[in-house]
Design a protein around this ligand. Structure first.
Ligand code: B12
Length: 305
């Protein structure tokens, strides 16, 4: 069966969660002028959205706790900053070979991200949207990087939605130092530190709370009880194992004085493959502020990496 073959291909590509959703419009999606509101804008005969999640919970550096090292996020280090793309390519290729059309959602492509992946993942049965607005999976917490394919293949769609299990919990909302989650389930992009670390305008208040963050922020995710077990003891997946082999090299790389010395060429050479799209000047600015923040910790520069 087509769906079995797709599941096998997903296993081979180390995809941890997979679901099939109906390719109908996202009527609850606010960006009404965006092509993401309706998969049929991208593929007129679209029938199915294939949603994939890769567990990134193991992608952390112990040095993040040290103010003299630059801190980023699991998503930042995963190579899936915008969407999961490469692991989905064999599935798209297979569908095309079988005579179906398929488009992989790729935020770095000219047309940008063509799917609202959190909403698509909910529809595909991968989890529910939490008050931080992120997809929460019972098994993987928020640590699933998401990707999607729009296809005209008619695969059996998920019809059962996961119930919302956030109930009265508002720990993510309370944790955000910039109140970006004042309204539950809706992220205020203008106040979100992840966003501010990517753009020119970085208000003074954010410069303080960012501490040693040089790209991205996970504060709301660290507060989420569904992530507790992953923060303490991440699941061991292929991705976790691969990353563990690189931890020491990454830690050395993220020593703030080393980051401060990177030329634009070196920045692109060393971090370009992560596809964050964060311009060199912005990253460099973040590094200099993080160093200033580290100065506030006594003795923080006295030991070498
Ligand atoms: C643009 C973008 C951003 C922007 C804007 C975020 C935003 N507002 O969504 C910025 C740069 C700020 C950003 C930040 C981050 N992002 Co981002 N981002 C995206 C991107 C490319 C598009 C998202 C989008 O279009 N959002 C538009 C808004 C309108 O959607 P929404 O937030 O879901 O809004 C809906 C809800 O608020 C809902 N709603 C309103 N009321 C209610 C009430 C209830 C009860 C419910 C359930 C819903 C609901 O209605 C809105 C419309 O439907 C996606 C990839 C993709 N293709 O989807 C990644 C993506 C969403 N990001 C992701 C992540 C992880 C992050 C960060 C956590 C980064 C990090 N450090 O790890 C932070 C976010 C912190 C947070 N609390 O959300 C992941 C999410 C994975 C997951 N498990 O959910 C994605 C899918 C990327 C990926 N590769 O996996 N991101």
């Amino acid at each position: 069966m087509l769906s079995d073959k797709i599941r096998n291909l997903a296993d081979s590509a180390a995809i941890d969660a997979l679901g099939f959703a109906e390719a109908s419009p996202f009527s609850n999606y606010k960006l009404r002028d965006s092509r993401r509101t309706d998969p049929k804008i991208s593929l007129p005969n679209a029938k199915t959205i294939i949603v994939a999640g890769i567990y990134i919970g193991g992608l952390t550096l112990p040095a993040w706790e040290n103010p003299k090292y630059g801190r980023t996020s699991r998503l930042y280090l995963s190579e899936f900053f915008l969407d999961v793309v490469k692991p989905l390519e064999p599935i798209a290729k297979y569908l095309n070979e079988e005579g179906f059309q398929s488009i992989v959602c790729d935020g770095s492509a000219d047309e940008g991200s063509i799917l609202p992946l959190k909403l698509a993942a909910v529809r595909a049965g991968l989890g529910w949207q939490g008050k931080h607005s992120l997809l929460i999976s019972k098994k993987y917490g928020t640590f699933l990087a998401l990707g999607g394919i729009i296809t005209d293949a008619n695969l059996e769609h998920n019809t059962e939605l996961e119930p919302n299990r956030c109930r009265k919990c508002d720990m993510c909302q309370q944790a955000c130092p910039l109140a970006a989650l004042d309204q539950p389930y809706v992220l205020n992009r203008k106040s979100c530190l992840s966003n501010l670390l990517q753009i020119e305008y970085l208000p003074e208040e954010a410069q303080v709370v960012m501490e040693n963050r040089v790209g991205d922020c996970e504060i709301c995710q660290e507060a989420c009880p569904w992530n507790r077990k992953h923060l303490n003891n991440p699941l061991v997946t292929e991705m976790t194992r691969k990353f563990q082999r690189k931890v020491r090299a990454w830690e050395k790389f993220f020593y703030l004085p080393h980051l401060a010395e990177l030329s634009e060429k070196e920045y692109i050479e060393k971090l370009g493959h992560l596809n964050t799209g964060i311009p060199y000047e912005i990253f460099h600015r973040n590094v200099l502020i993080a160093m200033k923040n580290a100065d506030r910790y006594k003795n923080s520069w006295q030991t070498n990496p």
